[in-house]
Design a protein around this ligand. Structure first.
Ligand code: ADP
Length: 376
């Protein structure tokens, strides 16, 4: 409370106390002469701290007792014990007021402290979120610059090792042939890793605006892109009706393609059977890509979504270990989440969600995709 406001309240309290005291001295009955002091106690609610409340309680009590002696004697038909009881009641009311005001103030103070703590926690949270965002974007920037700037020297290493291999293959001894082929293979692999890292770092920064995108049509493009792998493996890909969502078409294409590609790649002896479906649940589409492949031990269900995490050697199954990390990031950019349900030898089901966007209601039935996939 402002200093001036407090002073005013103190002044009113003093004037009121004097008024009550004068009234008490002029009233012959003295029956409840002290009760109005409780009003002064209540006014102290508007003053800071507890000491004004106690002070007004003490002053009110003293004046009630003095009033007992100084006020005109009670009429002869009123017995003394009634006057005494009334004065005691007045003291009781005054101190009830003191207890009420102090407790109420304590409760308000506790609430204020809790609110302050809550505000501080919110502030800290915002600070940490901002820091996290900043460090994330710095990392993104770093990954982009590193992968972008590494491409040029790597291209040189790659083309010269290939040239070396072409010109000097079989002109040197067998060891040299082997070393050259390792160098070529290493350079190619590094190029793939760097390309993947570059696309990973570009998901948020180079993403396109969201538009109505027909996932059924996307799956069609994925089938076409993967037709060699599909034919080679004898994979059968089936799907339910897939919805139109608001999203970045080329990123959604990458998402579906990575998942279907993995489902074909991580198959066992049987030909891959893959089923893609979508179900509307709580304002979001839950997509799933199921396969009958080698499955994944539950202890690795989270790890596989991290960048460069692979569960197999590259001789067993080729890959760079970034595909699922890219999927996760794309889904996060679309406001969804990703997870897997799987057990070894029992196939896998990869799930991701996309919020149900606002689009023309008939769009669900009539695909109207305009997006182009050339960027993919
Ligand atoms: P990559 O395919 O290049 O290895 P990913 O990030 O796509 O990288 O996958 C990470 C790991 O997750 C894979 O190495 C594999 O062990 C496991 N994995 C992904 N998809 C499947 C799947 N459909 N079935 C079994 N394992 C899978």
């Amino acid at each position: 409370m402002k200093q001036n406001g407090a002073k005013q309240f103190i002044l009113y309290s003093v004037l009121l106390t004097i008024g009550i005291f004068i009234f008490d001295l002029l009233t012959p009955l003295g029956i409840a002469g002290g009760v109005p002091y409780a009003a002064v106690v209540l006014i102290s609610f508007y003053l800071p701290g507890q000491h004004y409340t106690f002070a007004s309680g003490i002053v009110g009590s003293i004046l009630t007792i003095i009033g007992f002696f100084l006020s005109p004697p009670a009429p002869s038909n009123v017995e003394l014990w009634i006057v005494l009881i009334n004065r005691s009641l007045a003291l009781f009311v005054i101190w009830s007021g003191v207890v009420f005001v102090t407790k109420y103030k304590q409760a308000i103070e506790q609430r204020r402290k809790a609110e302050d703590a809550f505000k501080q926690a919110n502030k800290d949270l915002k600070k940490y979120t901002d820091e996290l965002k900043r460090s994330n974007s710095e990392l993104e920037q770093f990954a982009y610059v590193a992968s972008h700037d590494l491409q040029e020297p790597l291209r040189m290493v790659s083309s010269f090792t290939q040239l070396l291999s072409k010109r000097y293959k079989d002109k040197l001894d067998t060891d040299a042939n082997e070393f050259i082929s390792y160098a070529v293979e290493g350079a190619n692999r590094m190029q793939r890793l760097i390309n993947d890292l570059l696309s990973y770092s570009r998901i948020n920064t180079k993403g396109r605006p969201f538009e109505e995108t027909d996932c059924g049509e996307i799956l069609g493009h994925v089938r076409a892109n993967l037709h060699v792998a599909i034919e080679k493996s004898g994979a059968l890909i089936t799907n339910d009706h897939l919805p139109i969502v608001m999203g970045d078409a080329s990123q959604l294409m990458r998402l579906f393609q990575n998942l279907v590609d993995n489902a074909i790649k991580f198959s066992d002896k049987e030909a891959p059977r893959i089923h893609v479906s979508a179900e509307a649940k709580d304002n979001e589409w839950v997509f799933s890509v199921r396969d009958n492949g080698i499955g994944i031990d539950p202890q690795y269900h989270e790890r596989i979504f991290l960048i460069f995490q692979r569960l197999h050697g590259k001789e067993e199954y080729p890959g760079t270990g970034i595909g699922l990390a890219i999927c996760k990031r794309i889904v996060e950019r679309h406001g969804g989440k990703t997870w897997v349900e799987s057990e070894p030898q029992k196939g896998s089901a990869f799930y991701f969600t996309i919020p149900i966007g606002v689009h023309k209601s008939d769009a669900l039935i009539a695909p109207i995709i305009k997006a182009d996939y050339t960027d993919y």
